[in-house]
Design a protein around this ligand. Structure first.
Ligand SMILES: [Zn+2]
Length: 273
């Protein structure tokens, strides 16, 4: 059994409407012929070489990723650079590529909802709402308050394993209950998380100055995951959605390869700075 690529694209665009994407974003079908038959799909965070190799090994004809391949456009797709090489690899192997980026961040059941669910939040609502259920980030509550230290270790356990782990900023013994989340780079929502009354804000890629200057002003405390780990909880959710949409026609597979750029975190011991 198989189904046309165009039918899968239509379903993906119903669940992650392209009009939810930010103006600067690029979302949709990156490579592929809409009339091509598809019977195996791989869902991943990043359109990178390792994921293409996995798709080839597993016989997928479609890779669905969160991140775009060319966010800023290109004039060249020659196989002389990594992205051009990826385009060639896709076409040579008959594999289509589709992405849902900021539209999947905002959508109901999207990246932000999946992160909120993964870390155990209840009564969630969008941090920056477009309407009741969609918008950037989420804020919700834990079923019971717990010290930041304990919550952070639960977060580390609930995200997929990756070499870089998580970073925690704030008073480790303070009780926390109201939690804001945003998958991926999160600097831009620090003020929103504070305005919403969060005790903790979870995101990825926090830099020294925004994080330090924010914490000088108090809560929310910060949990900085890696980009891949904070967005990965969406991968199985998207895969399940596709599998349930086309139970007979396709087999949907989940990529578990960590595509963070970091291979290890090395913490020095017994050292004064
Ligand atoms: Zn991202």
């Amino acid at each position: 059994m198989s189904i046309k690529l165009s039918s899968i694209v239509k379903r993906l665009e119903e669940v992650y409407p392209p009009n939810l994407a930010e103006d600067w974003d690029r979302v949709g079908l990156i490579a592929g012929r809409p009339s091509s038959p598809v019977d195996k799909v791989l869902v991943a965070v990043d359109p990178v070489e390792k994921v293409l190799a996995e798709a080839v090994a597993k016989g997928a004809q479609l890779v669905v990723t969160h991140h775009p391949l060319y966010l800023r456009g290109t004039s060249f797709v020659a196989a002389t650079d990594p992205k051009g090489s990826l385009v060639h690899g896709l076409i040579e192997n008959g594999i289509a590529l589709f992405n849902a980026h900021t539209n999947a961040d905002s959508a109901t059941g999207g990246v932000a909802d999946c992160l909120a669910q993964a870390v155990g939040l209840e009564d969630t609502r969008p941090l920056i709402p477009l309407d009741e259920h969609t918008g950037s980030g989420r804020i919700g509550r834990l079923s019971a308050p717990m010290p930041l230290r304990e919550f952070a270790s639960k977060v580390a356990q609930s995200l997929p394993a990756c070499p870089a782990g998580i970073l925690v900023g704030g008073d480790l013994d303070a009780p926390v209950s109201a939690i804001a989340v945003s998958g991926g780079s999160g600097d831009s929502f620090l003020a929103d998380a504070r305005r919403a009354g969060a005790d903790v804000y979870i995101c990825a890629d926090l830099r020294h100055h925004p994080a330090s200057e924010h914490l000088e002003g108090g809560k929310p405390y910060l949990i900085c995951a890696t980009h891949w780990a904070s967005e990965w909880p969406w991968v199985p959710k998207c895969a399940n959605m596709l599998q349930e949409s086309f139970p007979e026609e396709i087999e949907v597979m989940i990529s578990r390869i960590c595509t963070d750029p970091w291979a290890a975190r090395i913490t020095p011991e017994n050292k004064d700075c």
